[in-house]
Design a protein around this ligand. Structure first.
Ligand code: AMP
Length: 291
């Protein structure tokens, strides 16, 4: 496994690499969620590139950039074990050198939910993902459904900019108690960690109402909120929303179609997000351990 820290070197390595080439962008502090993407990329590509970059552009001024968990040595060992060929782990000044003034702004799906709570977040995501796609020119790029809105933003951007990469979206990997794996789970105290699965339980409560025949946004969102409101450690419910999976606008009545039920909350100072698919083609979640 090669570890590369400069853009020029990663461009050159990817130009020479055997195809197909799969890219897995990450912010490190790896867990089974991101590693599931690497493993899938390994099955489907001759060359697997993973990036580790805590992207300052996607953090707001009052967010957790400084404290975001960083475990570089452990990450490299895990990536090697998962069969990665190239790791691109640049310092911030390599990605955003002096004079950098360009931003990629996606509207549409970036305007709602997380885009509302974190105003510059998706512009930061779109800019860095564009840079990673341009530097590595992957055939396939792997993303997790855990960040369903990010997937919608990147999908729209790839279409709009005619980027020649195929997006591969993989299911959310969960802890045995249902909590979606996330690097931010490390922030939770023991009591917060014990409370955190309420997010998935709440989404599942709405999904079970869907399975009983409910298709309207109001009752489905309400079912989710009711569960969240019963948990005293939930400090704020940032949103609960039934949305269209492509443009993330609200869906009033699902009918025969499918949607994403997305929710975000703060437990203490930790921002947690999760979502489930509801409707026709709702894919199964992939449990890690037994759910
Ligand atoms: P991150 O390092 O948190 O930016 O995540 C890197 C990639 O891994 C993104 O495409 C995420 O959607 C994906 N990912 C993060 N957590 C999970 C999870 N629990 N299950 C599946 N994919 C995940």
């Amino acid at each position: 496994m090669h570890v590369i820290t400069t853009v020029t070197e990663v461009q050159e390595a990817c130009r020479k690499a055997r195809r197909p080439l799969g890219l897995v962008p990450t912010m490190g502090a790896l867990h089974e969620g991101q590693l599931s993407l690497v493993r899938r990329a390994r099955q489907e590509n001759a060359t697997v590139v993973a990036s580790i970059f805590v992207n300052p552009l996607q953090f707001g001024p009052d967010e957790d950039l400084a404290t975001y968990p960083r475990t570089p040595e452990r990450d490299l060992a895990l990536l090697e074990e998962a069969g990665t060929d190239l790791v691109f782990a640049p310092p911030p000044e390599e990605v955003y050198p002096q004079g950098f003034v360009t931003a990629v702004e996606v509207k549409g799906p970036a305007l709602h939910l997380e885009g509302h709570v974190r105003p510059h977040h998706f512009q930061g995501v779109a800019t860095v993902v564009t840079k990673l796609l341009c530097a590595t020119l992957p055939d396939l790029a792997y993303f997790g459904r855990k960040d369903a809105q990010q997937v919608a933003v990147v999908r729209r951007m790839i279409r709009d900019l005619d980027i020649q990469a195929t997006l591969v979206v993989l299911p959310t990997v969960r802890e045995p108690d249902g909590l979606a794996m996330s690097s931010r789970n490390a922030y939770l105290s023991a009591s917060e960690r014990a409370a955190a699965p309420v997010l998935f339980r709440a989404l599942e409560a709405a999904r079970s109402l869907y399975q009983q025949g409910e298709r309207r946004r109001g009752p489905l969102e309400e079912a989710c909120r009711r569960v969240l409101e019963r948990e005293p450690l939930v400090r704020t419910i940032d949103y609960v929303a039934l949305v269209d999976p492509d443009d993330f606008t609200p869906v009033e009545d699902l009918g025969d179609g499918s949607g994403v039920l997305a929710a975000a909350l703060h437990i203490g100072t930790t921002h947690l997000i999760d979502n489930v698919c509801v409707g026709a083609e709702a894919p199964q979640v992939l449990p890690h351990g037994t759910l």
